[in-house]
Each structure stands twice: as structure tokens, then as C-alpha cells.
Write a protein that binds this ligand. Structure first.
Ligand code: 3PG
Length: 183
């Protein structure tokens, strides 16, 4: 089954439970908590403790230090907007899946050389969406993609219908769930 990876931005640590409960009510059991707010690390730790049945990852992880903090907090997967070799090394050491952002053939070749075959494609709407992914896939049939950026109801179904999609990511899923269940 194809997966949904909601991008979660926690501005206030007290919002963590409310956001994740809304996602669960929407049938989503995964969350990428982004390391772009002060409380991200605490939010990951809280989410891992309070929601043991969810797959909790850390996103916007751009260096080894952040990656170590995310893993110490219990993150089960790591996502970056681009490809960071140092993050890849830390993840490999702890056997944690790492999904780096790759939008060019050169970046995909780099990911493959690091042993990574599933990459984030970000920002998917700007870099050509599904058309671009299908063109990139020709030379890289072994690669699976996580399109993220501008994903919404208008393009979700077409992404999900293609077999090279590992998962679809975005803040859309979080916003939708929070709006539906908490407002
Ligand atoms: C990310 O970090 O992956 C992006 O901020 C998600 O982009 P979106 O808000 O357009 O889904």
C-alpha cells in the first residue's frame, strides 16, 4: 500500500498530541515532524512516547548534529529537503531509513552511491510533478520517489496511481486533518 507522510510543523510543544490525534482520526499512522522549529526535538520524543503505533520521523534534517538529536529523540526515519552526505552516514550507522531530497539525475546518482534507493522529490510541483518523475525514472528504474511540495487533492490521485511512488508527502495532510478534527 502506498503511504502518506504528513509534514508536521510543531510550533508549540502542547500542540503535538492534538495534531497527531487528528492525523490518526484521518486514518494516517505516520508523521514527519520537521526540525525547523525550536521544539521539534521535544515533539519527536513526545510523539514517539505517546503514539507508539505511529511511525514518527524527523524532517528538514540538514546536518549530522540535527540527525543525531532526531535519532536520540526516537525518530524512526529521517527526511531532508536535499541530499546531505553527513546525514546519510549517521543514518546508515544506525540503520535508519533516510529519504534525501533529489531532483536531478546527478543527485539521484549520489543517493545511489550512498546505498539509498528511495528519495524525496521536492518541491515536486516546481520541479515538474509526475511528468518529471516519470522521465527521471527511465534511467533509474530501481528508484522510488516521495513527491512532496504542492501535493493536494488536485494531484494526489495521479501520484498515488504510479508504481514508482513509495509515498506522498506534504503539509496538506496535516492541515486537512487539523481543520477537520480540531477546529
Ligand atoms: C516539506 O518540508 O516537505 C515541505 O514544506 C512540504 O511542502 P508542502 O507544504 O507544499 O506540502
Amino acid at each position: 500500500m502506498k503511504r502518506i507522510i504528513p509534514v508536521v510543523v510543531v510550533n508549540e510543544i502542547n500542540d503535538t498530541v492534538k495534531i497527531l490525534e487528528a492525523l490518526i482520526k484521518d486514518g494516517i499512522n505516520c508523521a514527519e515532524i520537521t526540525f525547523r522549529t525550536e521544539c521539534a526535538e521535544k515533539a519527536v520524543a513526545l510523539a514517539v512516547k505517546e503514539f507508539p503505533d505511529m511511525e514518527i520521523g524527523a524532517g528538514t534534517v540538514i546536518n549530522a548534529e540535527q540527525c543525531r538529536r532526531a535519532l536520540d529523540a526516537g525518530a524512526q526515519f529521517i527526511v531532508s529537503p536535499g541530499l546531505s552526505e553527513e546525514v546519510a552516514v549517521v543514518c546508515a550507522q544506525s540503520n535508519t531509513p533516510y529519504y534525501p531530497g533529489c531532483v536531478t539525475p546527478t543527485e539521484i546518482i549520489k543517493a545511489l552511491s550512498l546505498g539509498i534507493t528511495t528519495v524525496k522529490f521536492f518541491p515536486a510541483n516546481v520541479y515538474g510533478g509526475l511528468n518529471a518523475l516519470q522521465a527521471l525514472s527511465a534511467p533509474f528504474p530501481q528508484v522510488k520517489f516521495i513527491p512532496t511540495g504542492g501535493v493536494d487533492d488536485g494531484n494526489l490521485r495521479e501520484y498515488l496511481s504510479w508504481d514508482k511512488i513509495f509515498a506522498v508527502g506534504g503539509s496538506y495532510f496535516t492541515d486537512r486533518a487539523v481543520k477537520k478534527w480540531t477546529e
